[in-house]
Design a protein around this ligand. Structure first.
Ligand SMILES: [Zn+2]
Length: 193
């Protein structure tokens, strides 16, 4: 099935990536039922959830990199002015833009890590995904989140994007506020009267 983002749930309305992917999974199953008479019942399978995730990566790329996609689909080089030019992007067999070159000679890495999917750091979907990994690893601030995401994705300016999620996370804000209290308590007391 080919999706360009239309007919999919609105990413801005969700605060949980997991829930968002599940809803997408159910919608895709429903569409499959309508279009091809699919008869799947019961819980969503791992494959269906992975497919929902890939449909979203594709929709995001369609929205942010339409020119690049057009060039890559017609086997032309993308413009040097493109923000992803330096990543030597290539299309995989599902039509997803991936980084090529960098790690392609490493034999011990998975295909996803060798050719990560390019996701723009500015899109709300990427933000939701980063937030999911941030929560998954106990509100981790940086390295673990970056390493986990790099197993599968290439997010330009990833550290800035992670930092932005961390700084707007309410739990982390409260935690930072708490750790500031003892420091303030160490200040010499000032008499007002
Ligand atoms: Zn947090």
């Amino acid at each position: 099935m080919e999706f360009t983002g239309s007919g999919l749930p609105d990413v801005h309305k969700y605060s949980s990536w997991k829930k968002f992917i599940r809803i997408t999974g159910w919608m895709l199953r429903f569409l499959d039922k309508c279009k091809t008479g699919g008869k799947r019942t019961g819980e969503l399978t791992v494959t269906e959830l992975e497919n929902a995730e890939m449909v979203w990566c594709k929709a995001v790329q369609n929205e942010i990199y339409p020119k690049e996609l057009k060039f890559l689909k017609s086997n032309k080089n993308i413009a040097k002015s493109s923000p992803i030019y330096m990543l030597s992007p290539k299309l995989d067999d599902k039509g997803l833009i991936r980084v090529s070159g960098r790690l392609s000679k490493s034999t011990h890495l998975s295909e996803n890590t060798k050719y990560p999917i390019i996701l723009p750091c500015t899109h709300e979907y990427t933000r939701l995904l980063i937030n999911h990994v941030h929560l998954k690893f106990g509100h981790n601030e940086m390295e673990t989140v970056a390493n986990e995401l790099r197993q599968k994705f290439w997010i330009p300016r990833i550290r800035v994007a992670i930092r932005s999620v961390w700084s707007s996370c309410q739990f982390c804000r409260n935690r930072r506020a708490k750790t500031l209290v003892p420091k303030m308590g160490e200040l010499p007391s000032v008499r007002i009267n």
